[in-house]
Write a protein that binds this ligand. Sequence first.
Ligand code: SAM
Length: 275
Amino acid sequence: MSSVQPGCLWVVATPIGHRDDLSARAIDSLRAVAVIAAEDTRHSRPLLLHHGIDTPLIALHEHNERDAVEAIVQRLVAGDSVALISDAGTPLISDPGFRLVRAARAAGIRCVPVPGACAAVAALSVAGLPSDRFVFEGFLPPKAAARKGRLQELAGDARTLIFYESSHRVAESLADMRDVFGGERMAVLARELTKLFETVIGEPLAELAARVIADPDQQRGECVLLVAGCGQEAGAKLAEGRRIFAILREELPPAKAARLAALISGAPRKELYVG
Ligand code: SAM
């Protein structure tokens, strides 16, 4: 029997902007491991050097994850401890690492979280939207039809909705959210959190979409979009509208069926059918 103890995989959150949002425990673990698997070694090196961490780095990104995983798991099994970091925030949260953690766990390796920044949770913590139940949707599909389809699936969800969005699509996405969820639904744009131009704006979707479309400055940097869940009354109307729509659609063209179902139920037509 081998006397080598397997190493641990430390899954370490790094800052989403402010360099000092790296915990003391994160710094200790990043110094102690044999190697740090980083999404982009050039991106992470300055942060690590700023905190006096000179542990060797290897690359683990979405394009080499399959191959890199095997080599890293072999090192873990042989007794090396490894830390996993991404470019920003918590690894695996819209970032690489899932395959590595899955493979490490399957090989009996202990995976230890070192929690810290996550843009979704940071945004939720200051949004002023209900936070007892929420759903993290990551990035919406980039193509308009698929994006609207995804939003429609979420229209009746009572939980606060959290999305990541790239700056060059934020205006388009907000316009689609206004169309699908209705202009009165409360929403929050949380931009450049923990950075110099940190901005958190909460207002109904019609106003927020108009503001962002009109102001290119609001389309810069990194952002999280949060939308209030569907209210109970609106949720019931929507469920009824969809039920009627499904029946009418058997006999009528979809646009006509949606118009009638909206009229009968009081639910917004666009939430029943976007065509
Ligand atoms: N793993 C990261 C986390 O834990 O939040 C997320 C990585 S994902 C590739 C990057 C997206 O996170 C950005 O496009 C943006 O939507 C969001 N994000 C990251 N940093 C942010 C910040 N400082 N302010 C607002 N949103 C941010």
